[in-house]
Design a protein around this ligand. Structure first.
Ligand code: ATP
Length: 328
């Protein structure tokens, strides 16, 4: 028989992303809607181990739908990687009568949730929150759309100065293992070239393309580079290499860094967070556990956490072609 869930705990874990607050708000208010208690757990799994909990009601999440970051704070917890740490966390949940969890985070956080679920049987549901969009089972993770808008906005500004001085800008964006941000923001901002981890363009092809750009009369060039691109050089080494081999260019580097994680979430991310929050609580109340709620063909669907963790979120190869054609 399915145990009736009376109190749900919600936490944010791993890297923060815009939209996490909107997801917390959604989980808390859906609990209130279904007359289930809700408790916020601060600092991810570390707060669970240390008993850093707070009762949350619909009014405790007012005015956060528009805020970046996470009011519950996030953390990476080494202690949760140990059986002792997880046991302590479980004892704290029992003490507070928390009988199910919603975990908002990336695949590491989902792995922790699954391990915890297998050890103690507590139902868990995951909401994908990371700007990298590198989670299998959802077309969009929370924060991806906001990060794209941030990056496009910044590149537009860089383009203004680049074209005033006939410069080539190398813009490094986040994405150690996945090129979703680089590819989408690169197309959105009209980049001449986009370097991503999934595709090794090769230095010679890059130089050739930049030469062609110059000859075609372009007044500025932007190359968007994901952190984990396969060109084999850091963005600064790449600048030196282009300086040496294409002296006709004046090259500048811009590393966007953590600004990509901040800011007020886009409308898309707020709506997505609200939808995923509702579905996560409803699924727990229906007796489901061990799933990630995600978006597929604009429908909110469940993917087993195991698949979400192991699966690979492929880049859309059509976008590579679109990018090629646009940079003619
Ligand atoms: P991001 O995408 O920003 O990296 P993430 O959720 O993948 O987010 P991680 O640091 O990989 O971030 O994981 C968050 C936390 O999940 C870890 O600090 C740890 O507490 C927990 N965790 C990860 N893997 C495991 C595991 N195998 N067993 C138990 N806990 C784990």
């Amino acid at each position: 028989m399915i145990k009736t869930i009376k109190k749900i705990g919600v936490l944010t874990s791993g890297g923060d992303s815009p939209g996490m607050n909107a997801a917390i708000r959604s989980v808390v208010r859906t609990c209130a809607y279904y007359k289930v208690e809700c408790m916020g757990i601060y600092r991810g799994y570390q707060g669970m181990i240390e008993g850093d909990f707070k009762d949350m009601g619909p009014r405790s999440v007012h005015n956060i739908v528009n805020k970046g970051g996470t009011i519950l704070k996030s953390a990476r917890s080494k202690d949760f990687m140990t059986p002792e740490g997880r046991k302590q966390a479980y004892e704290n949940l029992v003490k507070e009568n928390i009988d199910a969890l919603v975990i908002i985070g990336g695949d590491g956080s989902f792995t922790g949730a699954l391990v915890f679920n297998k050890e103690f049987g507590i139902p868990v549901m995951g909401i994908p929150g990371t700007i990298d969009n590198d989670i299998f089972g959802t077309s969009h993770t929370l924060g991806f759309d906001t990060a794209l808008n941030t990056v496009v906005d910044v590149i537009d500004k860089i383009r203004d100065t680049a074209s005033s001085h006939n410069r080539l800008f190398l813009v490094e964006v986040m994405g150690r293992d996945a090129g979703h941000i680089a590819l989408n923001a690169g197309i959105g901002a009209g980049a001449e070239e986009i370097l991503i981890p999934e595709e090794n363009m090769g230095l010679e092809r890059l130089l050739e393309s930049l030469r062609r750009s110059k000859l075609s009369g372009k007044s500025s060039s932007i190359v968007v580079i994901a952190e984990g691109d396969k060109i084999g050089k850091s963005v600064f080494e790449l600048k030196d290499y282009i300086d040496q081999n294409l002296p006709e260019y004046e090259v500048r580097v811009s590393v966007l860094g953590h600004m990509q994680r901040g800011g007020s979430p886009s409308c898309f991310d707020r709506v997505l967070a609200s939808r995923l929050g509702v579905k996560s609580v409803e699924s727990l109340l229906e007796g489901k556990s061990g799933y990630m709620v995600g978006l597929n063909n604009d429908k909110v669907e469940l993917t087993p956490l195991e698949q979400a963790i192991k699966g690979h979120s492929e880049i859309d190869r059509e976008l590579l072609k679109v990018s090629d054609i646009m940079s003619i």
